[in-house]
Each structure stands twice: as structure tokens, then as C-alpha cells.
Design a protein around this ligand. Structure first.
Ligand code: PGA
Length: 252
């Protein structure tokens, strides 16, 4: 929808050590030169790098998010981190419900919802991911799967400030495959309608990101789709040149 400021968020997944943060300098200087990017820019590095990434991007157009959190504030949960800890490190958002978490850690919709609520409790934006598998799409179930995930994974009170929804078809992640613009439009329209039905006016301007093999070569086409308000980018967020190539879709 016109008027929604886009977001291009990068998800480094389990990639990156201290030296990788040099990418942030390249990204920030790329953003500062040339035409203004009409989008917010965020990177979500592994938690070990969040505080350093926040320090490194101070006074730049780049913000920093985390990739997952525990639902509780604190507790005996060895290896986990809370939303409050990510907020303390300077993150402004947390990706929750990524399909890799759902598949590798068996995360369910109620657990994803609890994590989104934890992000809100800590004053952070929850980037809630949904998306169907290849088998589900082939079976004609994509709309139903995404709708069910939205129903189960989103908290009862969301708005454009505290929540972003990312549609990431599982089969498109890291595969080089992308849905057609028509297929993206269909799902994003379903998501927008779902949010408006459930949240009324608060659902109108929640940002809806597309994710799954977004790269410079397809960004313009995908970002032009109705109800697509930005991208969640995995592999192509690791190199400044690629990430800037995607952001270029929002520069004129
Ligand atoms: P990809 O990953 O861009 O490497 O396909 C996207 C994601 O998992 O967020």
C-alpha cells in the first residue's frame, strides 16, 4: 500500500564472525552515497555479533535485529537468550518463526506467538515468518497453510510499529527459486486481508516482506508486487554489494 515505508532486512543465519562486520561499513557508506533509499535497512547477525554490529552501525542508516529468542525474560534455559537481552544489546527487532527454526527445532505456532509476544514485551519489533513447503504448494494448500500460521503465530495485539510479517515459501529459501509475482501477490493479498479482518485499522500498514532467494536480479520485480513492503534476505545479505543491489530497488 502506498505510504508504507519499506524494510529490507538481512538474515545472516549462522554465518559471521567479528571480521564479517566490515560488511557493515561498506553497506553504510553505500547507503550514504548516491540516491536516498526509500526503505529502512536492517541486518540480523548471529547473537554473538549483535552488540558489536550495533556499535559499528551507530550514526548510520542501518539498524540491527536478532534472529530468535526464548519466550521468557530469564531462567534456567542453557544456551537461550531472551528478547530483553537482545534489546539490551541494542537490537530493535527479532526474527521469530523462521522456517529453519520451525523445521530444525520443531517450533510450533503457539511457541512462535509466545516469542513474538516476548519481542513486544521487550519493546522490540517481531518479524514473524510464515510460508508453505513445496509439497504444500503442490497440493494447493499454500493459502491455507499461511493463513493457519498467521492465526496461530501472531499475538492478539499487533500494529505497524511492533510487528512485521515475512512470507517466505520454504522451497524458495536458499534454493534460487522464487514464486511468480502473481503467486507472491496472491499470498500477500491473503495476508493483508487476514490482518485487516483480525486487527482492523492496525493491520492496514503492517509491513509485509517477501523472503526466499531475493537477489539484485529479481528485487525490482518482486518488490513491485502489490502488498510487498520489502524483503527478508538471507544469502544475499552477507555481501554489501549484493545487499545494496537489492536496496537499489528502492532508490530512484
Ligand atoms: P535466502 O534466505 O535469501 O538465502 O533464500 C531467506 C531467508 O531465509 O530469510
Amino acid at each position: 500500500m502506498a505510504g508504507i515505508r519499506a524494510l529490507v532486512a538481512g538474515n545472516w543465519k549462522m554465518y559471521g564472525v567479528s571480521d564479517s562486520l566490515a560488511m557493515l561499513d561498506e553497506l553504510a557508506s553505500g547507503l550514504a552515497s548516491g540516491p536516498t533509499a526509500a526503505c529502512d535497512v536492517m541486518l540480523c547477525p548471529p547473537s554473538t555479533l549483535v552488540a558489536a554490529a550495533v556499535a559499528r552501525t551507530k550514526d548510520t542508516q542501518v539498524s540491527v535485529g536478532g534472529q530468535d529468542c526464548h519466550a521468557d525474560v530469564s531462567g534456567a534455559h542453557t544456551g537461550d537468550i531472551s528478547a530483553e537481552m537482545l534489546a539490551d544489546a541494542g537490537a530493535i527487532a527479532i526474527i521469530v518463526g523462521h522456517s529453519e527454526r520451525r523445521a530444525e527445532h520443531g517450533e510450533t505456532d503457539p511457541q512462535v506467538r509466545a516469542k513474538a509476544e516476548a519481542a513486544h514485551r521487550a519493546g522490540l519489533t517481531a518479524i514473524v515468518c510464515v510460508g508453505e513447503t513445496e509439497a504444500e504448494r503442490r497440493a494447493g494448500q499454500a493459502v491455507k497453510v499461511v493463513s493457519d500460521q498467521l492465526d496461530g503465530s501472531l499475538p492478539d495485539a499487533i500494529n505497524a510499529g511492533n510487528t512485521v510479517v515475512a512470507y517466505e515459501p520454504v522451497w524458495a529459501i536458499g534454493s534460487g527459486l522464487t514464486p511468480t509475482p502473481e503467486d507472491v501477490a496472491e499470498i500477500h493479498t491473503v495476508i493483508r486481508d487476514n490482518l485487516i479482518a483480525r486487527y482492523g485499522d492496525s493491520g492496514v500498514d503492517v509491513r509485509l516482506l517477501y523472503g526466499g532467494s531475493v537477489k539484485p536480479a529479481n528485487a525490482v520485480e518482486l518488490m513491485a508486487v502489490a502488498n510487498v513492503n520489502g524483503a527478508l534476505v538471507g544469502g544475499a545479505s552477507l555481501k554489501a554489494e549484493d545487499f545494496l543491489g537489492i536496496i537499489a530497488a528502492f532508490r530512484s
